[in-house]
Design a protein around this ligand. Sequence first.
Ligand SMILES: [Zn+2]
Ligand SMILES: [Zn+2]
Length: 82
Amino acid sequence: MPGYFIACSRNQRKTCEQCRSRPGVKLCDYPVTRNGKPGTCDRSLCARCAVPIAREVDYCRVHSDMAKMLAAEAASEPNSSE
Ligand SMILES: [Zn+2]
Ligand SMILES: [Zn+2]
């Protein structure tokens, strides 16, 4: 009997970092700078905690709130390019 199994160490099942109860199936795509290099937040999120921003782009709640705030600020900016 071949005792083979699929070792997917690269695809480790993470727990959602927001609710810490459901499996993380998405990663936050919010752009951040890490050690001077551009990257993404990469917080693992379950399907319910991930906030869809665009196709294939999801943010964690903190970053979706931040993005909304920045967008609202930009929109209320009187000198914004129109
Ligand atoms: Zn969650
Ligand atoms: Zn995030």
